[in-house]
Write a protein that binds this ligand. Structure first.
Ligand SMILES: Nc1nc2c(ncn2[C@@H]2O[C@H](COP(=O)(O)OP(=O)(O)OP(=O)(O)O)[C@@H](O)[C@H]2O)c(=O)[nH]1
Ligand SMILES: [Mg+2]
Length: 289
């Protein structure tokens, strides 16, 4: 039996969360075309009779400008510390020099491999030059090319990962898929809709806090607060006559129903908390520890 921790690192938008979901065959981590979608370390557990891999999705590596971003980079550091293997994810259509600077700066102690993602998005000649750029880099024990979106070459990636896993007993029960509570995933599914439906600073100045979570006989009743920084943002979240928040609610409800396998009644409120992203107490209350 092999068991160990494998962390996914990379720039924002490299496809880390898409890859986590593809490897698990389940949508655990939210994704969006916008950068800095992920704010937490999200563990996803893949168990078979021969192995248990505890994957960690992490926020994209950035220079933090406010406290929330500092917390995000703490999530990256915690994933660096206990990794048995690092997966340095690079989007094939991105700038390899910039990624190289980030991968080198992480000073991961465990071995690591470079995973070139989004192979579907570039010409073969680009792939060849990207691969030769990373060949021989000290952090590139191996180089694997995948498309997380099209679930291409994931078997080869998994086989490569397994070579680096230590022998040992599983850390989690066989049917556990994550160590995070359902509430966390519910809040994330609502946050994903905000990333998908609103533009500019709105997704970045917003978070979601799940309050009441009651399992009734025929459905689950969930109440959640959408937290924004300014009064004007509250109006944008609501939209004319509440049109926008209705869209958020109905899209999120569908995802939550699929996730928990029950009918859901979802009630959303919008609250203004000035500068919550720089306030330790608010950050703690909203789960950024
Ligand atoms: N064409 C293509 N797009 C992809 C692939 N993998 C991910 N994407 C897209 O890239 C965008 C970013 O994906 P995410 O998985 O959210 O990226 P991330 O690295 O988790 O981003 P952060 O959480 O912001 O750090 C989304 O629009 C994905 O659909 C891929 O293999 N090919
Ligand atoms: Mg992500």
């Amino acid at each position: 039996m092999r068991a160990g921790f494998v962390s996914i690192f990379g720039k924002p938008n490299a496809g880390k969360s898409t890859l986590l979901n593809a490897l698990l065959g389940e949508k655990l981590a939210i994704t969006s075309p916008k950068v800095q979608t992920t704010r937490h370390r999200i563990k996803g557990i893949l168990t078979s009779p021969e192995y248990q891999v505890i994957f960690s999705d992490t926020p994209g590596v950035i220079q933090p400008k406010y406290k929330l971003q500092e917390k995000m980079m703490q999530a990256v550091r915690s994933s660096l510390e206990d990794a048995d293997l690092g997966m340095f994810l690079f989007a094939a259509d991105d700038n390899p020099e910039e990624a190289d600077a980030i991968f080198s700066s992480l000073s991961l102690k465990a071995p690591s491999i470079v995973v070139i993602n989004k192979t579907d998005a570039v010409k073969p000649s680009v792939l060849t030059s990207v691969r030769s750029f990373f060949e021989g880099k000290p952090y590139a024990k191996e180089i694997v090319e995948v498309s997380a979106l099209h679930q291409h070459n994931l078997d080869q990636l998994l086989n490569t990962i397994l070579k680096y896993l230590p022998e040992g007993e599983p850390f989690f029960e066989g049917d556990d898929i994550s160590d995070l509570p359902t509430r966390f995933f519910v809040a994330e599914m609502i946050r994903e809709k905000i990333f998908q439906l609103y533009q500019q600073e709105i997704p970045y100045e917003t978070t979601v806090l799940v309050g009441a979570f009651e399992e009734k006989t025929t459905l689950t009743k969930i109440v959640a607060d959408i937290i924004v920084q300014r009064e004007s943002q509250k109006a944008i979240i609501l939209g004319e006559g509440g049109k926008m928040i209705k869209q958020v609610g109905s899209a999120a409800r569908k995802d939550i129903e699929a996730f928990i396998g029950r009918k859901v009644f979802l009630e959303l409120f919008v609250k203004v908390r000035p500068k919550w992203r720089d306030n330790e107490l608010f950050l703690k209350e909203y789960g950024y520890t």
